[in-house]
Every structure is written in structure tokens, then in C-alpha cells.
Design a protein around this ligand. Sequence first.
Ligand code: BYC
Ligand code: FE
Ligand code: FE
Length: 472
Amino acid sequence: MMSIDYNENIPNNVNLADDRRLLRALERWQPAYLKWWEDMGPVESNELSVYLRTAISVEKDGWANYGLVRMPDYRWGIFLAPPEENRQISFGIHKGEAAWQSVPGEYRSELRRLIVTQGDTEPASVEQQRRLGKTCPSLYDLRNLFQVNVEEGRHLWAMVYLLQAYFGRDGREEADMMLERHAGDIDRPRILQAFNEQTDDWLSFFMFTYFQDRDGKYQLASLAESGFDPLSRTCRFMLTEEAHHMFVGETGVMRIVQRTCEVMKKHDTDDVRKFGVIDLSTIQKWMNFHYSVCLDLFGQERSTNAANYFSMGLKGRYQESKIDDDHQLDGMVYNIPAFEDGKIVSLEVPAITASNERLRKDFTKDSQRGVDRFNKVIRDHGIDFKLTLPHEVFNRGIGAFAPVHATPDGKVIKAAEWEARKGEWLPTDADRAFVMSLMVPIVEPGKMAGWIAAPRRGIHGHPLEYEYVQFH
Ligand code: BYC
Ligand code: FE
Ligand code: FE
């Protein structure tokens, strides 16, 4: 029998070599993962060599490792941020106690559920993006797509490590199921709805990495506060990768806006589809869709699950330690939006039940910052148009507004008007067909598709003309 040296194949800083039980579990899981990558990962990518960044350590220069890699040979590893000495639980009823180094028995199922939900999103995103490589706007973008994909694959490894190392048999079963649910599968869909949506064009990809990976940032940051120390350390390292995903999203949307504005100025019109670029109102529709779908990812405004996660010390608030309060929320209140008697109202509820809503607000503030930068590009071209995040009541599937129809500026409307007008606000089949019509692959080094501006600079000091992906 061929045995694989996992110390070679799975770079790690968790002493895998000393834990034979865990090694065997990962040994069983790895071929299934690779099979999943082949079946459900980036289509026809196995023979490509991609200029990838690989984490080789958690130290500052651990990211300095760049090189051409065949993606199936990517060294998916297990990295935890270095332990913080004498770390204490910083919130909830166990505040001040030593952080847990093993699973607290009484919270086992809640903890497992959080890890499974987090883990499920990672391969889901790879599945959603799997066809994009066929229509890349440039080699630079193709490389960035694949960089994001391999890192999401690694995030799955990170959660699978936690399940297999700390949850025994049911953890191993959950690890297997991560590869059995699939994005958009009717019978076995991914857990959260946004991870079942289609991401077939590059405008969707950039909106996804702008908004949906930002949900990732906020959820991971909350889990990084966890009293379960291995989860905290895992998430802290994952966050270093998340920053790049959001960079890809923000600069991607920015470059599309830039190109559209240039063409609008050149031809002095906002009717630019005929020039092969994406008009600003179409970009707005994509934004309306992706932002509203991502708001759903934060769960109900008022949630007993969230209250439990907080009081148990499993999932904190964003930057918990920087918040100036008792970190137990005794007697504290928080205002959440609600829908009562046909009107949007504000309800005061116990703060501990409102942490989903609070995190959603943090996300919205952060999302707005980049939108302001997109609008600056538009303004700098002397164009009178502003991209806006739709109102929180718009197009919601989870929470108080799920049963309500509303316009992007938050006016509640009847179902009939919604049906008649939703095509003004959300991508229609015709819009999707138009955007898809622009998606023709550009694979000549240094060349860009006509609907997107070139990035300011290349990757890791290389010029834009560098062959970031090599075809054999
Ligand atoms: N879709 O009490 P509630 C990322 C369910 S992204 C479907 O409010 P809770 C990434 C809910 O399960 C970050 N169902 O729920 C990004 C519950 O079901 P039960 C992912 C939903 O638990 C890009 C019921 O509705 N990480 O990493 O407070 C690329 C009541 O809801 C949804 C996490 O999400 C939904 N959207 O909040 C790659 C962190 N929302 O109990 C990767 C872990 C709710 O009635 N997850 N439901 O059967 C959590 O913290 C929580 O599960 C949630 C939901 C915040 C998601
Ligand atoms: Fe991720
Ligand atoms: Fe990500």
C-alpha cells in the first residue's frame, strides 16, 4: 500500500506527526477532498500552472512563498495563529475563565453546528465559481480567481481539522458531508442560501468577493473571539487570507466602474452596452442582488441561537475586546428593525438577542466604505450617478422583512407591484444574458477584456504582462 507522508503533503503547525489518530482521519479524507476538487472545483484546470501564494507558516513572512503551481498540487495545509499565552474567555457567562483547549461538553452541539456552517460555505464558494475560469477577462484575473479558490479550499481544511481533531466520530461524519452537499443542488444544497446562488459571470464574481467574502470576514472575526481556543486561532489565520479576497472584489468592481465611466465620457452617453461595457444601472442591479442576499447571511434580527452562542462564549461580537461594556450584556438593550402593522419600526430588545443584527450593521458600514470609493471614480469622471446599497428591507429571505416586498429605497409595496417592477432592481434574464455575452476569455498575457480597466499593478512585483497562468 502506498502511504503518504502527511508531514510533507499537509504543511501544518499543529504537530500532525504526533497525533496518529488525527493523521489517519485526515489520510482518509484527503483523497475524497481531491476527488471533490477534481469533480466540483475549477473546470478543466488540472493541467494549468498558476502563480500562487502558498502559506508556509503563520509568521509574518509565511506569505512570502510565491510560485507556479499545478492547482491539484497546491499544498493545502492546517495553520493556526500562534497561541496567546494564558488566553481567557472574554465574554459571556464564562468570562474570565481560561479559554477551552478542548470542546466544552455541554456546548458540543452548538459548537459543532457553528463550525459545520462555517465550513460548508468554503467549498460552496468554489463550486459556485467553478466555471468562471472559462471566461476570464485576463490572466491576472484568472490567477486571482484561482488564488481565492485554493484558499477557500484551505478554509475547508481548517474547519475539517477542527471537526476531526475535536469531535471524534460525528466530526468525521460532518467532514465527509462537507463534500456531499453542493451549491445549488436540489436534493443536497449548501446550508446557507447565498451559497446556492449562481456566480456565472465576472461581475457576479467581483460582487461576491466584495460582499460575500466580507460576510466571511465578519463571521470569522466573531468566531475568532471564541472561548474555544482552537477555533479562535484557526479563524485568526483565515482572516489574513480573507483580506485578499475582498481586495479582489473591491478592485474588480472598481475597474469595471472605471472602464464604464471612460466609455461613457468618450461617447457622451450612458447607453453604453452597445460599446461592450456594463452600464452603471446594470452594475447597480448586481449590487442590489448580492448585498441583499448577503444581509440574509447574518440570520434573524432577534435570535435565541445568537444569544446562546454569546452567553456560552462560543461566538462574540465584532472586535469584542474593543467594546466598552461588561461583555455579558446584562440588562442592556439594542434597537432592531421590525415590521409591524404594515410599517417598518424600531424595536428595543435585550442586546444579547440582537448580536446578529449588530454584526449586520458592522458589515453594512464596512460595505459602504468601498461603495464610496466606487462613487468617487464616477464623480471624478464628472458623471452624475451614485451607486447605493439598497435598504435593508429590500429583497430579503431571512428575518423580519422576509415576507415583505419593498423598493431598493425601502418603500413597502404590494406583491403585484413587486412582480411588475422587480426587473428594474434585480438582474433579469436579459441582463444576465447581456453580461454573459461579454464574458469571452482573454488569455494573452497583459491583455484585458474591453469591459474592465487594467489593474494598477501586477502581482508580487511582476509586470501586468507576466504569464500568471500557464497553459500546457
Ligand atoms: N440561510 O436564529 P437564526 C464565508 C436559519 S461566509 C438559510 O437567526 P442563527 C465565506 C438558521 O440556521 C461566513 N438558513 O440563526 C464567504 C436557523 O435554523 P433553525 C459563514 C438560515 O444561527 C465567501 C433559523 O434560520 N459563516 O465564510 O442565529 C466565500 C433561525 O435563524 C440563514 C457563518 O455563517 C440563511 N442565510 O444565525 C467563502 C458563521 N440564516 O435553528 C466563505 C457560522 C439563518 O431554526 N454561522 N438560517 O433550524 C452562524 O453564526 C449562524 O449560523 C448564522 C445564522 C449567523 C449563519
Ligand atoms: Fe473562506
Ligand atoms: Fe474568502
